[in-house]
Design a binder for this molecule. Structure first.
Ligand SMILES: Cc1cc2nc3c(=O)[nH]c(=O)nc-3n(C[C@H](O)[C@H](O)[C@H](O)COP(=O)(O)OP(=O)(O)OC[C@H]3O[C@@H](n4cnc5c(N)ncnc54)[C@H](O)[C@@H]3O)c2cc1C
Length: 461
């Protein structure tokens, strides 16, 4: 990485003030559960109302038709909820965080594909009863209205599901996987027509048809307003790179500022997607955590060189426009409240911890266990020490390759309780590489710390 330029692009306010905290949602988890439950009842209710249960005992052809209908309805239901999560509704994100939303999106998507498989198999059985398998295949792949579109749509959904399997995903760059993934929207849209005309649920029941179309229109509105609207707003009111400071040989701290800050509400502990508005980069948005409490002086991110985008952002000229989308993340200094806090961090994972400690007070008595392979990876060490000391906390570092450490398992239950005797009274935040997160969670579990007290970011792709 080239040595980044330092300097000031914009004047820093003499007395920076904190930005308003990220707005909370008024929806309760029980409200969200009730909406999902009502949707499930609606889907199964439509099937029952159209004789789905009775058909199960009328012979194999009727039973197969009934299973075709139920699996089709459920596949669409799972798909609709999965797509609603892509809209990143704030009411859900604030409760469970974007990482869990993406994990749920994946589970719903995989379930939908399985149900599409059952739907196709049951349809073949049902249609074979009338004129044999070959005729059924011809009908279901093109002879019936909208079936050719539905067939291609199902294939696209299958391709997206396969590309999302961990073993396949690992071989692709994030961007390739992401753009393949967009084909799922096309597949879903292509399958819509056949739902309305095939079978008697939506074909013969006007109320059901209007309801089904309304649900799809509401989903499109959510995607347009929340997903694409949020991106458009961030592009129209970008921030600019105000200064870049070297933190280690492969890491820089980038401060973004500008009038666009006026629209931003954010809390320490959250992250944003950064989209550089430059020729090669405008189509990519990468997530980075705030590494300082957000204020009118700007948003600071600590960026480690991990590939093309992170390296390039660090080298962009001062004044470069960056569209900033967010904030996301449900673990914030406010969500910890007045509890004592323990941070277990590694490498650049220190960024959100550093910001949260800054936004905390003496009541939190923050303890930070900072793991790094090399001394130069102890990013923001002096700043962090000063912040922790000012709040009556404690900072411990553990440096060196795992094989050379005197303590073989630094995150074992025994070791954690030795270093932090009041472990059980603390909210724990774990940020760092997957291996560190895994080891820390194992140790915390063995120490009897309830899962609800441990906050960490799940890998989401
Ligand atoms: C919630 C969250 C917060 C993060 N905070 C920070 C931070 O504060 N500082 C920091 O240096 N890094 C952070 N990262 C990691 C950062 O997003 C990646 O390093 C960056 O996207 C790499 O892009 P690249 O093109 O430079 O490298 P690539 O070579 O493209 O990717 C390197 C790694 O980053 C992952 N990655 C690439 N693009 C994305 C994406 N759009 N979304 C998720 N993962 C991606 C890839 O899976 C790969 O493992 C964070 C990641 C997440 C998910």
């Amino acid at each position: 990485m080239r040595t980044p330029r330092s300097g000031n692009y914009s004047d820093t306010p003499r007395r920076p003030h904190p930005l308003p905290p990220a707005r909370h949602t008024r929806a309760l988890p029980s409200d969200l559960l009730a909406i999902t439950g009502a949707f499930a009842i609606l889907i199964v209710g439509l099937w029952v109302r159209h004789g789905g249960v009775a058909a199960l005992s009328k012979g194999w052809a009727d039973a197969a038709t009934s299973i075709t209908q139920l699996s089709g309805l459920l596949a669409s239901g799972f798909g609709l909820v999965g797509l609603a999560l892509v809209g990143r509704p704030r009411s859900v994100e604030r409760h469970i965080g974007l990482d869990r939303m993406f994990v749920w999106h994946r589970i719903l998507g995989e379930t939908m594909t399985l149900l599409v498989g059952v739907h196709i198999a049951a349809a073949l059985v049902a249609w074979s009863a009338a004129g044999g398998l070959l005729n059924a295949v011809k009908d279901l792949t093109g002879r019936q209205p909208y079936m050719a579109l539905a067939t291609v749509g199902s294939m696209l959904i299958a391709v997206v599901t396969i590309s999302s399997l961990a073993s396949v995903r690992r071989r692709m760059s994030y961007e390739t996987w992401y753009f393949v993934h967009l084909a799922a929207y096309v597949g879903f849209a292509m399958s819509f027509g056949h739902q309305l005309v095939t079978g008697d649920i939506f074909g013969n029941d006007t109320v059901a048809r209007v309801l089904w179309i309304s649900i799809h229109l509401a989903l499109i509105a959510l995607l347009v307003v929340r997903r694409w609207g949020t991106t458009m707003r961030s592009v129209l009111r970008p921030l600019r790179i105000a200064d870049v400071r070297t933190v280690s040989p492969d890491t820089v701290a980038v401060r973004l500022a500008g009038p666009g800050l006026g629209r931003i509400e954010a809390s320490a502990g959250q992250f944003f997607f950064l989209r550089p508005l430059r020729a090669r980069w405008w189509w990519q948005a990468h997530p980075f955590s705030l590494s300082a409490a957000p204020s009118s002086a700007g948003l600071r991110f600590t960026i480690k060189n991990r590939g093309d985008a992170s390296r390039s952002i660090a080298q962009m000229p001062l004044g470069t426009k960056i569209a900033v989308e967010g904030p996301y993340g449900s673990c914030t200094a406010e969500s910890i409240g007045s509890k004592k806090a323990l941070f277990i961090v590694g490498g650049v994972g220190v960024a959100p911890a550093r910001a949260m400690v800054e936004a905390m007070s003496e009541v939190n008595e923050p303890v930070v266990l900072f793991r790094a392979s090399r001394h130069e990876d102890l990013l923001h060490l002096d700043e962090l020490r000063e912040l922790v000391d000012a709040r009556g906390g404690m900072l411990r570092t553990l440096v060196g390759p795992s094989a050379s450490l005197a303590v073989k398992d630094p995150f074992s239950a025994r070791r954690l309780t030795e270093v932090v005797p009041d472990l059980a009274d603390r909210a724990v935040v774990v940020c760092g590489p997957d291996r560190l997160v895994w080891a820390a969670r194992q140790g915390l579990r063995a120490a009897g710390i309830p899962t609800s007290s441990v906050h960490f970011e799940r890998p989401w792709w």
